[in-house]
Design a protein around this ligand. Structure first.
Ligand code: BGC
Length: 557
């Protein structure tokens, strides 16, 4: 008998979110990059109303929560990660009332909402920085070296390229680990702690369900701000503790924030969470951020950086699970975000691999983060003209990502633009506005244009074009998320490896077995059960399963 599964099995949707107090342990959280999600007013820039209007897409997709990238008042020197007022919505994105309405609508649809908090640095237009008196206390100013103080205080480099110090017209220097418009705060000052706790409370009172903590590994610097002793420091991020990243002192801040977040739990079991964007050299050091009295989750960039090879994936998965389980936290999985090359392109320009990687991720124990557009299989846009680019790293000749680790390294091209494998390496290419419908740009993104040009060949990738097509990536994600909700064995819970040929991974979850063929050609193994869902047509004949190259299949066992 031959059984063939060529498409996701359609199934009725389970009722909306509401997985109980520890909802976050296996939540699928969808990252909305606000500027590129949906534009309601025709200025070509996505906004909060646009997000609200499109929330039904996320409900239908089947995610549990939404993470919104910064929409606060900002000069936008780094896509809003340069905040001038943490309690105000930037007019580009709407008003506080729009934020309030978005939260209410999301909650009505059963979606939780996490917002970004940026505590390592503010905008240089923040009133604390523009006032020289407060600036001196609340940021990191130092005298320069050299006879006339004309040299930076130490050898630290900005993640975006160039020195991490800028000299003021008063002659001293201030630290900015990112762009010069993003001065680093002085977390030795209790006023900084108090202000951020007040900001957290402001958004919690408005009803948010948690925070994604930007550069959660950066707030505390080594005493004396010691030199590192060599250059190309951005390449070291995530591979070793640096005097400006992953200092032990950051954990006291996370412990204080956890106490604050726990104080917002209520009798109905509301749990609000903190998610660390932290670059740590090992899974063990990353796990320190999710100890029981610290943040709830940390992004697992080791998984994102793993090559598409069975052994390497297995090693990263094992190390991730071991590290987080040692502190009782769930593991998180992520393949794409607004700082890295989209995984369709990163995994060799192969949609087949991207689909397989996504199904693998969604079968693993713990929580998964999706980046807008990955459910459409969007590739990185690699041919943006320089004049439309906005990534500050591009202008500083630095590295591709804000805080990405070694796995996203790029090689310097002759013109100073980082390039790797035909990918331009900067961050605008993964931020191109989403295609929703229609045959031509802006593909329903909004009534006007789009702040970055969309490719002319994206019509088949729109939400409308993929909806109802069982072979589409969108329907694959919908089916996977529906199964995750329906099958209790997926999500949080045990996992164990099963025997598989070289180049193939097999592991069981309660009631489900997942196979991943990382080879570029078919692989065979004894059929482990009945196929439930597959990223590519899988066949079963006389008890033997034939797994297409670069595919992932979920089996009912
Ligand atoms: C964000 C980047 C940003 C950087 C500085 C990163 O963690 O994800 O987009 O450029 O922090 O705030």
């Amino acid at each position: 008998m031959t059984q063939e599964l060529t498409s996701p099995s359609p199934a009725p949707r389970a009722p909306g979110a509401g997985r109980g107090p520890a909802w976050w342990r296996d939540a699928v959280i969808y990252q909305v990059y606000v500027r590129s999600f949906a534009d309601s007013d025709g200025d070509g820039i996505g906004d909060l109303r646009g997000v609200r209007e499109r929330l039904p897409h996320l409900r239908d997709l089947g995610v549990d929560a939404v993470w919104l990238t910064p929409f606060y008042a900002s000069p936008q020197a780094d896509g809003g990660y340069d905040v001038a007022d943490y309690r105000a919505v930037d007019p580009l994105f709407g008003t506080l009332q729009d934020a309030d309405e978005l939260l209410r609508t999301a909650h009505d649809l059963g979606l939780r909402v996490i917002v970004d908090i940026v505590p390592n640095h503010t905008s240089d237009r923040h009133p604390w920085f523009t006032d020289p008196e407060t600036a001196r206390q609340r940021y990191l100013f130092r005298p320069g070296k050299g006879e006339h103080g004309e040299l930076p205080p130490n050898d630290w480099e900005s993640v975006f390229g160039g020195p991490a110090w800028t000299r003021t017209d008063r002659g001293d220097w201030y630290l900015h680990l990112f762009a010069p418009q993003q001065p680093d705060l002085n977390w030795e000052n209790p006023e900084v702690h108090a202000e951020f706790e007040a900001i957290l409370r402001f958004w919690l009172d408005l009803g948010v369900d948690g925070f994604r903590v930007d550069v959660a590994h950066g707030m505390i610097k080594a005493p004396g701000l010691p030199d590192i002793g060599h250059g190309a420091q951005a390449q070291l991020i995530g591979s070793q503790v640096l005097p400006f990243f992953d200092q032990d002192g950051v954990h006291a801040i996370h412990r204080a924030w956890r106490r604050l977040l726990d104080g917002y739990g209520d009798g109905s079991g509301r749990q609000v969470i903190g998610v660390a964007e932290a670059w740590a050299p090992t899974p063990e050091r990353l796990a320190l951020y999710v100890r029981p009295d610290e943040l709830h989750q940390a992004f697992n960039f080791q998984f994102l950086n793993a090559p598409w090879q069975a052994d390497a994936l297995r090693t990263v998965i094992d190390a991730s699970l071991a590290a987080t389980s040692s502190v009782g936290a769930p593991t998180t999985w992520v393949l794409s975000n607004h700082d890295v090359v989209r995984h369709t392109t990163r995994l060799g320009g192969s949609l087949a691999r991207a689909r397989a990687a996504s199904l693998l991720m969604l079968a693993l124990p713990g929580s998964a983060y999706l980046y807008q557009g990955e459910e459409l299989g969007l590739p990185e846009v690699t041919d943006l003209p320089d004049e439309v680019r906005q990534d500050p790293a591009f202008f500083r000749g630095g590295r591709a990502t804000g805080a990405a680790g070694p796995g996203t390294d790029t090689e310097s091209a002759p013109d100073g633009v980082a390039a790797a494998g035909g990918q331009d390496g900067f961050r605008d290419g993964c931020r191109v506005p989403l295609p929703w419908s229609g045959e031509a740009p802006p593909y329903g993104f909004g009534p006007g244009g789009s702040w970055l040009p969309q490719p002319a060949d994206w019509a088949p990738l729109t939400v409308a074009a993929q909806t109802g097509d069982p072979a589409s990536t969108l329907e694959l994600y919908r089916a996977a998320l529906e199964l995750r909700r329906r099958l209790p064995g997926l999500g949080d819970g045990p996992m164990s490896w099963a025997p598989a040929p070289d180049g193939v991974l097999a592991f069981t979850r309660p009631g489900v077995l997942c196979t991943v063929n990382t080879l570029g050609h078919d692989a065979e193994l004894p059929a482990p059960g009945t196929p439930l869902l597959s990223s590519a047509p899988v066949t079963v004949q006389d008890g033997t399963a034939r797994l297409p190259g670069d595919s992932c299949t979920w089996w009912a066992i």
